[in-house]
Design a protein around this ligand. Structure first.
Ligand SMILES: CC(C)(COP(=O)(O)OP(=O)(O)OC[C@H]1O[C@@H](n2cnc3c(N)ncnc32)[C@H](O)[C@@H]1OP(=O)(O)O)[C@@H](O)C(=O)NCCC(=O)NCCS
Length: 153
């Protein structure tokens, strides 16, 4: 099994849009994904398993604040470490860019994702009641802090 995380390119967009439409809670269209690809604040990554794209991740970085906007792996390729590999990649990028925090929201009932984020060192810092619709759910706010130069965060 060969797994590789790399920056997405425009040729990936139709497949990423299909993964998004079929398997994600989000509703980004191909055009919106293209905007992400072209934005100077956004980093769109995909994960390949044996040469085939199986999922992607989108991170926004503004000044020293970073936010995970999307993370999705197609169902047949789950539980093989792909999301963890992409999160490690995102965390390494944010660290290298000198970010102080990487934040995200996750459905309170999304146990796989919460377990993944906890494994990556995120902690719950808040809750937004009924943030999600269809089905209604609260959002957990989770943060990972970086400590550059030994300063208190
Ligand atoms: C959440 C998601 C991204 C995980 O992707 P994945 O590639 O299967 O995750 P990994 O194989 O890298 O798993 C890493 C860790 O996450 C946790 N995890 C992942 N899936 C899990 C599950 N079904 N149940 C419990 N823990 C799970 C485990 O801690 C796992 O480590 P382990 O395999 O050593 O136990 C995937 O299920 C998905 O795409 N879900 C739909 C979209 C989504 O919910 N995205 C997150 C939005 S905030």
């Amino acid at each position: 099994m060969i797994m590789r995380v790399r920056r997405a390119v425009k040729e990936d967009l139709p497949l990423l849009a299909r993964i998004e439409k079929e398997f994600s809670d989000n509703t980004w269209t191909e055009a919106q994904l293209r905007e992400e690809l072209e934005s100077s604040h956004a980093f769109l990554f995909c994960c390949e398993l044996n040469g085939r794209v199986i999922g992607f991740c989108d991170v926004h970085v503004v000044a020293d604040d970073a936010h995970i906007n999307e993370l999705c792996i197609e169902p047949t390729s789950r539980r093989q470490g792909a999301a963890h590999a992409m999160m490690r990649h995102a965390i390494g990028l944010c660290d290298a860019l000198g970010c102080s925090v990487l934040s995200l929201e996750v459905r309170s009932k999304n146990e796989p994702a919460i377990a993944l984020y906890e494994k990556c060192g995120f902690e719950q810092v808040g809750i937004r009641k009924r943030f999600y619709q269809n089905p209604a759910d609260d959002a957990l706010n989770m943060n990972l802090y970086f400590n550059h130069g030994g300063k208190e965060k």
